[in-house]
Design a protein around this ligand. Structure first.
Ligand code: ZN
Length: 236
């Protein structure tokens, strides 16, 4: 296990400054996707001031950035992923800069953006130290879409409510479409349960019993084409 790392007052000030700057560029955004950069390595593509080494998302930028550095200093710091990298630089009195990549309003969009940014970076050859499945190695287009769906349906029910999302369930076979309010399922599940529990509970068409296709619908979007096929009468 590593030793606890004690930073000089200058480095501590540098860490606070870095977190402050990130907070400023986040502005009043509810969520951001950000990258940690390594100032000892050049960005070969010349897009960023130095090399991106990690992509993250957060709804509390300042605290999250502070946390990266504080965790890297602890003796319990992990020996894989971004931690050894941040730590080795701190040992040389270097604070890794952070750049805000995107500001977002909803958690659903944020978890999607985090994977898309990571995959774009990996495809461009940036050596990300992320460990989560959608971010650690470059994937095919299909795999990327699949990973985004997985993290979105893993979101807690309460964040879906906060995002103002509803769940549509449509049947390809008979054309039935139902719209569910996640709030209504709090009678069965806890707010922190993943929203996929709702999908599992309402998994099959109430009319014909075929499996439903599920999607998220924004509050301001009108669901279209939910009339069952047999109610349509173009012929008349
Ligand atoms: Zn059906």
């Amino acid at each position: 296990m590593a030793q606890a790392l004690v930073c000089s007052p200058q480095v501590k000030a540098g860490i606070s400054h870095c977190a402050q700057l990130a907070q400023q560029s986040a502005g009043d955004a509810r969520y951001v996707v950000y990258a940690i950069l390594d100032p000892t390595q050049e960005d070969p593509l010349g897009v960023y001031p130095c090399l991106p080494i990690y992509v993250g998302e957060t709804c509390r930028v300042r605290d999250r950035i502070m946390e990266h550095f504080q965790t890297a200093c602890r003796k319990t710091a992990k020996e894989n992923g971004r931690m050894p990298h941040i730590r080795q630089l701190l040992q040389r009195n270097i604070v890794t800069p952070v750049v805000v990549l995107q500001r977002l309003d909803t958690r659903m969009d944020t978890v999607e953006a985090e994977i898309r940014w990571s995959q774009a970076f990996l495809a461009q050859g940036y050596p990300l130290t992320n460990l989560s499945p959608g971010q650690r190695k470059a994937m095919s287009a299909d795999k990327i879409e699949q990973s985004i769906r997985i993290v979105q349906w893993d979101a807690p029910i309460d964040s879906t409510i906060k995002d103002g999302l509803r769940i549509s369930a449509s049947c390809d076979w008979c054309g039935r479409m139902s719209i569910f309010q996640p709030e209504e399922f709090l009678a069965y599940f806890s707010p922190k349960d993943p929203v996929r529990r709702i999908r599992q509970m309402a998994s099959h068409c109430n009319t014909c019993g075929e499996p439903y296709e599920h999607a998220f619908v924004r509050r301001d979007e009108v669901a279209v084409a939910f009339t069952p096929h047999n109610y349509l009468d173009w012929e008349n």
